[in-house]
Design a protein around this ligand. Sequence first.
Ligand SMILES: [Zn+2]
Length: 290
Amino acid sequence: MRYFSRAALLGTAALACYCGQVSAEPSSTGDAVAVESFCRGLSKRINNFDAQQCRDADLQAAAAVSNARRPLLYRDFPAAATALAPKRVLILGGIHGDELSSVTVVFQWIELLKSGRYQRYHWRVLPLTNPDGLFADTSTRVNVRGVDLNRNFPSPNWTSQALNYWKKKAKSDPRRYPGPSAGSEPETRWIVEQIQQFRPDAIVSVHAPYGILDFDGPKDPPKKLGYLRLQPLGVYPGSLGEYAGLSLKLPVITMELPQATQSPSASQSGRIWSDLLGWLDKTIATPASP
Ligand SMILES: [Zn+2]
């Protein structure tokens, strides 16, 4: 079993509090109310998204909550008991709250996962990692404190580079503010804890609207996933790609869907899924003994 030291996982940046914890307990009544409110909210915010699809996902609330105390929800799909040393895959949607399609496509994949056909892996799915951004009066990329969560990960060079990069290269663009310190946001800390506790063998993070595929970390990247073609963008200080891909040396696939508000069709998202499975089987799954 692979083990990451806490220091390696968190980078060298000092972090004041890693308070978030994943609840392993079944949803309590309070959680059920929070999930219902979340699902109704999503159906109001996202065109053509049915609250029932969200309810059917059977999401669980983590112990951690967002800055605005919204639930941080996830769903585990454990591997079949017969799977030998199953690899683990972590899927993240909605780290940028105005990229609505990145949430709905993850719900489409949850539908597929519920079929039980993919139990050779253990999946953990976080459909909306920035709920405060999505549920703002007008959905925002950043969280409620104005932090771009995808620049807030505690990569080793965060302190020396993230704020400088933001001021000089990003010209202090408020949509890309990395936060006052590495891992300053509870939403970022929650994702870091998922990586620490779940120990994924691969991470998939969904964004929009650039219509390409990016990749960081070890292994050969997929050349395409459905209609998305590989076009490496490089990494930014404090991004998930830099933190998990380069520092922790985990393969990180970043999908950029072509539109932020319009979701891929079921067939398009199905083709992305099918190519993702093909890449995982070829690249991540333990090859059979000769
Ligand atoms: Zn994004």
